[in-house]
Design a protein around this ligand. Structure first.
Ligand code: ATP
Length: 250
């Protein structure tokens, strides 16, 4: 197993509040990883540190062998981060937006155009290619932002609640794209409150509670850790995030 992402003893404070506590984790290449946790558990904070948008107070993050703190440019080239509320430019059309993002990554215009067209077709946005993104629904905006995240062909994609607000067809499309991306060797790390996504799609799952990684492993391993041998992920999750269980893998 080749490690794509290694988090070592990550810690983050907001003032005196410790949002992430000594969190260590390894994620393999070509895998789908779900990070679960109750509201306020520290998931977004963890993802933003991995993406290099927030500096940890302690600990290190290695992206395919490159430290996000010591070699940020190399590390960031290898990943994409899709926040829960992505920022688009209202007065750009989808192709213009994607070509703009591609330009930031230094992708030559001819390559950018063909990649942008392919992504818009894959994500069912081709018919809207002439519309300003200010006219887009929430789901369309999510899909366009996903296309923007994939345009530079990252090896790791980090997604914060990517399926919120998508209708069934769009969610199906995005899930298929992510599965295909993983099948081709990419790494998906996502947070979700939809247990079924983690249950069906993730090879491994990490559960965070009050900033601590309280459990980590395959669904079967989590079942064992929670004592819910036959339980659904929802049962396992509820058991592991009861408020008397913040010790975990501390
Ligand atoms: P949710 O599921 O609700 O999105 P989360 O697991 O992503 O939650 P975070 O957003 O990482 O949780 O927040 C972790 C903790 O840090 C929470 O207690 C939150 O209130 C606090 N926090 C997050 N961002 C900030 C900030 N910019 N300043 C101060 N406190 C913050």
């Amino acid at each position: 197993m080749k490690i794509a992402l290694q988090l070592s003893q990550l810690t983050k404070y907001y003032g005196s509040h410790q949002a992430v506590n000594n969190l260590s984790l390894q994620i393999a290449e070509g895998s789908f990883y779900a990070l679960l946790g109750p509201n306020g558990a520290g998931k977004t904070t963890t993802l933003r540190m991995i993406a290099g948008l927030l500096r940890p107070d302690n600990g290190d993050i290695m992206i395919l062998g490159h430290s996000i703190q010591r070699s940020p440019q190399k590390a960031k080239q290898l990943l994409a981060y899709l926040p829960e509320e992505p920022l688009l430019y209202n007065k750009l059309r989808p192709i213009e937006y994607l070509e703009f993002i591609a330009g930031l990554w230094g992708i030559p215009p001819s390559k950018a155009q063909s990649s942008a067209e392919e992504l818009l077709k894959q994500l069912n946005l081709w018919d809207n290619r002439g519309d300003f993104s200010e006219t887009f629904s929430r789901g369309m905006r999510q899909k366009l932002a996903l296309a923007g995240a994939l345009i530079h062909q990252p090896r790791i994609i980090i997604l914060d609640e990517p399926l919120t607000g998508l209708d069934a067809a769009a969610a199906h499309l995005v899930k298929n794209m992510l599965t295909e991306y993983v099948n081709q060797g990419g790494v998906v790390i996502l947070t979700t409150h939809i247990m079924e996504i983690a249950e069906r799609m993730a090879q491994r799952i990490g559960i965070i509670n009050h900033g601590y990684l309280v459990a980590e492993g395959t669904l079967d391993e989590l079942r064992t850790q929670s004592g819910e041998a036959e339980g659904s992920l929802e049962r396992v999750f509820l058991e592991l995030t009861q408020d008397n269980n913040v010790e975990g893998t501390r």
